[in-house]
Design a protein around this ligand. Structure first.
Ligand code: PEP
Length: 254
């Protein structure tokens, strides 16, 4: 039995005022969703301490949008998994397509981030997904398998007992072009089958979230698919009403 997870990815958005308003609005839906569904927000690092203060007595979980491979040292501008853990993070997103693209992060480097997060008590949320050209060329699973394999090679299949996967087709991120439930379900199933070729029990237990223009309208049907265990939500996670409706869709499908 996989508990659905709805996770917001705020990206480079927010002010002290908006973070306060959003977390205050979300702590009640998060309390109401549990234990049927889990709810988390991944915030820009500068706001994580604030989210901790606001959410620490609620069921809302929080995490970071990235983490470094080092725990400390001369790495200007980075955020250590140890520091993130100290500020109460449960999760660290790794390998988001915006980082793979704008920061040229390779799958091997993402795997090191995944390992650093896990080694320091965070649950990595490993983002995988293909570009529009790769989708059109029928290469989705070639891309996704390569991204997963880098982690399996470094950390082993068992590491997915303590990780989350987010399938995020790049062509759906921030475009309003949500993948159809059929497309998403097929890829999620292929991901699970790929993991099952290494270890069936691990494959059955791992949560695979869908991400890419997931919103209040598209979430109910997406979340009703057998292999979709919730969502990683960008734009719609910045509006309390929209995000609450997505949480409700997860609870209704739990
Ligand atoms: C994301 O970037 O993780 C994401 C899913 O964004 P959006 O929901 O805005 O497409």
């Amino acid at each position: 039995m996989r508990t659905p997870l709805v996770m917001g990815n705020w990206k480079l958005n927010g002010t002290k005022e908006s973070v306060k308003a959003l977390v205050n609005a979300l702590t009640t839906p998060a309390n109401e969703a549990a234990p049927k569904a889990e709810v988390a927000v991944c915030a820009p690092a500068v706001f994580i301490g604030m989210v901790e203060d606001l959410a620490k007595d609620s069921k809302l979980q929080w995490g970071s949008e990235d983490c470094d491979i080092h725990t400390s040292g001369a790495y200007t501008g980075e955020n250590s998994p140890v520091m993130l853990k100290e500020f109460g993070c449960t999760y660290a997103i790794v390998g988001h397509s915006e980082r793979r693209d704008y920061h040229k992060e390779s799958s091997e480097y993402v795997a090191q981030k995944y390992k650093a997060a896990q080694d320091n008590g965070l649950i990595p949320v490993l983002c995988v997904g293909e570009s529009e050209a790769e989708f059109d060329a029928g290469k989705t699973m070639d891309v996704v398998r390569e991204e997963l394999k880098a982690v399996i090679d470094l950390c082993g299949i068992e590491s997915f007992k303590n990780a989350v996967i987010a399938y995020e087709p790049i062509w759906a991120i921030g475009t309003g072009k949500t993948a159809t439930p059929e497309i998403a379900q097929n890829v999620h199933k292929d991901i699970r089958d790929f993991l099952a070729s290494f270890n069936a029990e691990v494959a059955d237990g791992v949560r695979i979230l869908y991400g890419g223009s997931c919103n209040a309208k598209t979430a109910p049907e997406l979340f009703s698919q057998k292999d979709i265990d919730g969502g990683l939500v960008g734009g719609a996670s910045l509006k309390a009403d929209d995000f609450s409706a997505i949480i409700k869709a997860a609870v209704d499908n739990a």
